[in-house]
Design a binder for this molecule. Structure first.
Ligand code: SF4
Ligand SMILES: [Zn+2]
Length: 369
């Protein structure tokens, strides 16, 4: 992947900048990264080979612009117009611009930007909930043809559901922080963000774990060389409609342990069958209720991206609905959090049968009360 750094050096503006790798790398060679200067590669998109052809060609892939600075940095205002000229001229290349300064885009866009250029993807970095809620409404409100989001280093739980639902975000990437002072990345945040992407069928990349990775409450310190492979190994990147989540390895909870955990949850243990539910179940017979459960699980939970996921199970109206809330089988988020079944995959017949079994165990137990 070609990188085009027209200038080098930057100024820190948000929490994600605290351990900026440009600063870290420059410090290690005694350089001051806050000094911003044009590089010798300023005109790289126009550079030619000895044969007279362009050095950067489309077959080498997307051109990542300004990876040791920020394209919309104010200090670079006087240099940017020339960069836009090169991007316009090289309409055969696709440029990827990653920024923490999407709020400067309006001031920095070229005069003929119009509804956006086909060969430019603008990617806003959102490291935490505050930056997400500030930057994404701006990104979505701008005339841009291709928008992406990067949560890296991800510093906390992020809810970008409402922004993903617009259908205007093409890709989300997340990852942890590297270096000696790295802040931790909790796998629970990664899974939650991934679930939001799955719900809106937006591709998601879990790029790397960072140096300090928390999984199921345990903290792991990972060398740099392991951070990307470990993320890849988890299988938690997601491309819609490819079956990629089928490869995620997981273990179903032991039944006893599950029911004991459910009984300790204030929310889950509040659910009980009403007299009406019991009467209904008694009248229909347990086999019919099981058939209903199988049908609800198949139609409302099993698709890769179930309709209305998170809200597909009513709070009343059928004993199986109550069982679904009580046993945390109400949506794909709960199935992942309580039963380890990854979201973003079509549930197999075995997985469906397991869920139906859990629901029926709960119902049969309630009928005995
Ligand atoms: S905007 Fe990016 S390059 Fe600039 S200081 Fe922050 S992290 Fe570093
Ligand atoms: Zn749920």
């Amino acid at each position: 992947m070609p990188i085009w750094n027209p200038w080098h050096g930057c100024r820190k503006i948000s929490p994600g900048c605290a351990n900026c790798y440009v600063y870290r790398r420059d410090e290690s060679i005694g350089k001051d990264a806050s000094v911003v200067a044009k590089t010798k590669d300023f005109a790289l998109p126009l550079a030619k080979t000895r044969n007279g052809g362009y050095k950067l060609t489309a077959d080498r892939g997307v051109v990542y612009a300004c990876m040791t600075s920020d394209f919309f940095l104010d200090i670079a205002d006087e240099w940017r117009a020339e960069c836009w000229d090169m991007i316009r001229l090289r309409s055969d290349l696709h440029f990827h611009i990653i920024t923490k300064r999407i709020d400067r885009f309006g001031k920095c866009a070229p005069p003929d930007w119009g509804e956006g250029w086909d060969n430019v993807t603008v990617c806003s970095t959102c490291e935490d909930a505050d930056r997400t809620n500030y930057r994404l409404p701006i990104l979505l409100g701008l005339p841009i043809k291709h928008r992406e989001v990067i949560c890296e280093p991800m510093l906390g739980e992020i809810d970008m559901s409402e922004y993903l639902q617009t259908g205007l975000i093409e890709h989300v990437t997340c990852g942890g922080e590297s270096g000696n002072n790295a802040r931790p990345l909790d796998f629970a945040w990664v899974k939650e963000l991934r679930r939001q992407c799955v719900r809106s069928a937006v591709p998601f990349t879990f790029k790397q774990t960072g140096a300090v990775f928390i999984k199921d409450g345990r903290t792991y310190h990972l060398e740099r060389s392991l951070q990307m492979p470990q993320a890849k190994k988890s299988g938690y990147s997601y491309t819609p409609a490819t079956g990629c989540a089928d490869a995620i390895r997981y273990t179903l909870p032991r039944r006893e342990e599950l029911f004991s955990r459910l009984s300790r949850s204030d929310f889950r243990s509040r659910f009980h069958l009403s007299d009406k539910d019991r009467q209904y179940a008694a009248e229909k017979g347990i086999d019919t209720i099981r058939a209903h459960a199988a049908d609800f699980v198949k139609t409302r939970l099993s698709p890769e991206n179930p309709a209305n996921d998170g809200r597909q199970t009513p709070m009343r109206g059928h004993p199986v609905f109550i069982a679904q809330h009580a046993a945390a089988c109400c949506c794909r988020g709960c199935l992942e959090k309580w039963h380890n079944i990854p979201s973003g995959k079509i549930l197999t017949p075995d997985e469906q049968a397991y869920i139906v079994d859990v629901l029926m165990s709960w119902i049969e137990n309630e009928m005995k009360r």
